[in-house]
Write a protein that binds this ligand. Sequence first.
Ligand code: PNS
Length: 160
Amino acid sequence: MKIAVYPGSFDPVTLGHVDIIKRSSKMFDRVVVGVLVNTQKKPLFSLDERVNMLKDVLSGVDNVSVESFDGLLVDFVKQQGSNVIVRGLRALTDFDVEMQMAQSNRLVAPDVDTVFLATSLEYAYLSSSVVKEYARYGVGLADSVPECVISKLIEKMNQP
Ligand code: PNS
């Protein structure tokens, strides 16, 4: 049974994330989406909100589960019985950061590999940060986040 872990902050989940998750779910027997508890970027959504949005969006995908994790990613990967981390690569700007992360993880756990999937073209410049800016300034979100996330984002933006 080949298990992969797809980690991230998911603040909030975007259509780019969903694309990577669905594509990796076809390559592995099981994909565990790992939601980082203590992201250094102060999240807009609480851990529960981030996890629940992902569960909602992925409820129809049988071999994907959503878990939260704190501490080192490679420890979480091993706890899940996996040795593969999946990450999406968007534009060139991702490369440096992602390489550094993959190499750091390999230094700590040489038996854990990172597999990069090229993001689908339509999501190449999409990020959770951009989505939050869109929501703040009233830009349409239908092409950026799953349906159920739109109302949650608008709700958050309208909170004092
Ligand atoms: O969605 P993000 O914010 O790009 O995801 C970053 C994430 C969660 C993959 C990264 O911050 C991470 O793995 N954090 C856990 C701590 C860790 O293991 N750090 C060492 C890797 S350099």
